[in-house]
Write a protein that binds this ligand. Structure first.
Ligand code: FES
Length: 207
């Protein structure tokens, strides 16, 4: 939610709350994937960059593929117009999200070899791969792998943001429990989990 809406919700709760209720009620017969796609379209139409980034990440998290998001925009071409779609795609490409890599669109997701299992330190470590990064939390023989990109607006979170088991995104101060990925302060969404597998003593992560 924008700072302005947060502010209005605090100082004019009675006037603003019905707006959110109407939004929620209006979409109650739609599945969550479709709703998240429609949210992306509204941000493209309004050309709000922060909103587009936020809802794009949410649409991916709700299970939409990059192809589906692009299709949703293109099917709305008559009302959005090509210039707004180009504006949106420029922003999406700047976000450097691997799902929108032209070489991967329409193809099977891939496994990337991250590192040897023996190299993974107890506790939390950060690993770069294919132009992005992830955190691995190692507890005994078990692992949790999280995307290093903040689920709010995709800011990359460095390992230096970790203090006493809490990762803090410097952009808007969302705080995450690094053991569970849960957002514990200032935000509403957990770190995105990344699928992994161990094979031949190496850890692989899904794109
Ligand atoms: S991008 Fe907003 S808190 Fe991380």
């Amino acid at each position: 939610m924008s700072d302005a809406l947060n502010y209005l919700l605090k100082v004019r709760k009675d006037a603003v709350e019905p707006y959110f209720k109407a939004l929620k009620e209006g979409g109650k017969h739609l599945d969550i994937k479709t709703r998240s796609l429609l949210s992306v379209i509204t941000k493209v139409d309004a050309q709000t960059e922060a909103g587009l980034k936020q809802y794009l990440v949410r649409a991916l998290r709700e299970g939409n593929s990059a192809d589906e998001i692009l299709d949703a925009m293109l099917v709305c071409l008559p009302t959005l117009g090509m210039s707004k779609i180009i504006w949106a795609v420029d922003i999406i490409l700047q976000m450097n999200i691997p799902d929108f890599n032209p070489e991967l669109l329409g193809e099977e997701k891939q496994w990337y070899r991250l590192t040897a299992v023996s190299e993974i330190e107890e506790g939390v470590s950060r690993h770069d791969y294919e132009g992005r990064a992830c955190f691995i939390k190692k507890i005994g023989d078990g692992y949790q792998v999280f995307d290093s990109r903040c689920p709010h607006q995709a800011a990359d979170i460095p390992l230096s943001a970790l203090e006493n088991g809490t990762l803090t995104c410097s952009r808007h101060q969302w705080k995450f429990n690094v053991n569970t990925g849960e957002c514990i302060e200032n935000g509403s969404r957990p770190l995105n989990k990344i699928e992994y597998k161990i094979e031949d003593k190496f850890i692989y992560v899904h794109s």
